[in-house]
Design a protein around this ligand. Structure first.
Ligand SMILES: Nc1ncnc2c1ncn2[C@@H]1O[C@H](COP(=O)(O)OP(=O)(O)O)[C@@H](O)[C@H]1O
Ligand SMILES: [Mg+2]
Length: 215
């Protein structure tokens, strides 16, 4: 059994970063690397990934609410997602690639909105004891860069409308999490051209795969 992940043989990869960092753009990069290694891959996202989870996502993205309610709904959606989708896939040998996981709740509701981290960690221990991604990519960009990208694109949801200050706190929290567990996190410079971001992700993930297969 892997020291990284009790759910071996599936590899669990998540992508993190502030809104506009380029996560959705790079999800296919991660999937492509895994598929090129002849692995089964499940692509999913948080909040969401299940029928209930997608309904909770709609509420979270479009309905205003208190920060504590937001945190609890995130974990409610995550409970369904872990039990119905993520764990069965990993146990069955399928790799899971997830657009955000618990690190995002720590960064947004903790770092961004001031919910005490111990409360969020207690919920994480309840909802997914022993489960943590094997590899977490943090696509890191300054909030000003992300804001500029989002301004040029789609209509923005509730989170995407937050201030530059808010995203600066979220980013700082992400970087702190990454510094605290460098064996799991890979910080990518998201201000590079998409092809360079893709190269960095590909190189790191191939190394992770080598280590994972060697265990
Ligand atoms: N490396 C990049 N350089 C410039 N623009 C990018 C880059 N990556 C993504 N974008 C653009 O920025 C916007 C937000 O990207 P997206 O992948 O949706 O971010 P996220 O999922 O992290 O919110 C999109 O319009 C996307 O085309
Ligand atoms: Mg996205």
């Amino acid at each position: 059994m892997s020291a990284l992940n009790p759910y071996r043989p599936g590899l669990f990869v998540s992508l993190e970063g502030i809104d506009g960092a380029g996560k959705s753009t790079q999800l296919q990069t991660v999937v492509g690397v895994l598929q090129a290694a002849h692995r089964q891959v499940l692509l999913t996202r948080e909040p969401g990934g299940t029928e209930i989870g997608e309904k909770i996502r709609e509420l979270l993205l479009h309905q205003s609410m208190r920060a504590a309610t937001e945190a609890l709904l995130m974990f409610a959606a995550r409970q369904e997602h872990v039990l119905c989708v993520i764990e069965p896939a990993l146990l069955g040998g399928t790799d899971v690639v997830c657009d955000r996981f618990t690190a995002a709740t720590l960064a947004y509701q903790g770092g961004g909105k001031g919910i005490p981290v111990e409360r969020l960690q207690a919920l994480a221990r309840w909802v997914h004891p022993g489960l943590c991604p094997d590899c977490i990519f943090l696509i890191d960009v300054p909030p000003e860069v992300a804001a500029q990208r989002l301004a040029q694109t789609r209509r923005r949801d509730r989170f995407e409308q937050e201030s530059v200050d808010f995203f600066a706190r979220v980013r700082a929290n992400y970087l702190q999490q990454a510094a605290g567990a460098p064996e799991k996190w890979c910080v990518i410079d998201g201000t590079q051209a998409p092809s360079e971001v893709q190269k960095d992700i590909t190189n790191h993930l191939n190394k992770v795969l080598q280590e994972f297969d060697a265990k």
